[in-house]
Unconditional design. Structure first.
Length: 258
């Protein structure tokens, strides 16, 4: 139980540190700008203007959130090691696992705050433009938050043992493959090669299926989104993130910080 106050303190400090990042505010500014400009872009089409507006808005939130998760997340642990502040933290009754979990929780909370800000901008533009809002949009934002938490866990894992440059490359690779892995599995299943089928099926089992968190199209088209589908997506995302954090803690516990 003693780890909980330490984890909370590290998370709180991570939030404060992240909120001082210029990169964070720059990306959020561009996201809000893109959401606002979606109203102008939608006027270029004679049909489905409201859907185009909301498609651009929700996609901008997902993309900018992912960029923040990767490029801020990969420096979480490396920055502390480089500044040697990690030695001061770990000299106190703080385990390395609590340190890793606290860093993850702090950035995840910061990202959810940013998604809330971008979500408010999206809602404002939608209301001004007369585009309808409903449960589907809230569900899409909720699963976006789950996806970003998973990406933060992945970035934390790579940050625990390598440099920010390599961690960024690895995290972006997981992000891109996570959106393609479902299609790769289907292509492998449809191919005549047993090896290709096994490889793509293996990738699908190991890599996160990030398409499971994409509810943009159902939301903007007003399709029914069962709460159970959202709950299952959240369970899958948080479960996967927990496994990645366990691995990150395991790696960081055995890392030589000297």
């Amino acid at each position: 139980m003693r780890a909980l106050p330490a984890t909370h303190a590290i998370a709180r400090n991570t939030v404060r540190e992240a909120l001082r990042s210029r990169l964070l505010y720059t990306l959020v500014f561009f996201a809000v700008l893109l959401i606002g400009s979606s109203a102008l872009l939608a006027t270029l089409s004679y049909v489905e203007r409201e859907r185009i507006l909301q498609d651009i808005g929700l996609s901008a939130i997902r993309l900018m959130g992912a960029i923040i998760a990767v490029f801020v997340g990969v420096g979480l642990i490396h920055r502390e090691v480089e500044r040697r502040t990690v030695y001061t933290i770990l000299s106190k009754p703080v385990s390395r696992t609590a340190f890793v979990v606290g860093k993850f929780a702090g950035l995840a909370a910061t990202l959810w705050l940013m998604v809330g800000i971008m979500g408010l901008a999206f809602a404002a533009v939608s209301l001004v433009s007369g585009a309808p809002l409903g449960w589907g949009h809230l569900a899409a934002l909720a699963l976006t938050c789950v996806e970003l938490a998973l990406l933060v866990a992945v970035a934390t894992l790579f940050s625990s043992f390598t440099t920010p440059t390599l961690a960024s490359a690895f995290s972006l690779g997981v992000y891109l493959l996570g959106h393609l892995v479902r299609d790769l599995r289907d292509l492998g299943a449809a191919s005549d090669s047993e090896l290709a089928e096994r490889v793509t099926a293996g990738l699908y089992l190991v890599l996160p299926d990030l398409e499971a968190f994409d509810l943009v199209i159902p939301a903007v088209h007003g399709l029914a989104i069962p709460p159970g589908e959202v709950a299952m997506g959240a369970l899958y995302g948080f479960g996967y993130a927990a496994l990645v954090l366990v691995l990150a803690a395991f790696v960081f516990e055995r890392r030589d910080l000297r």
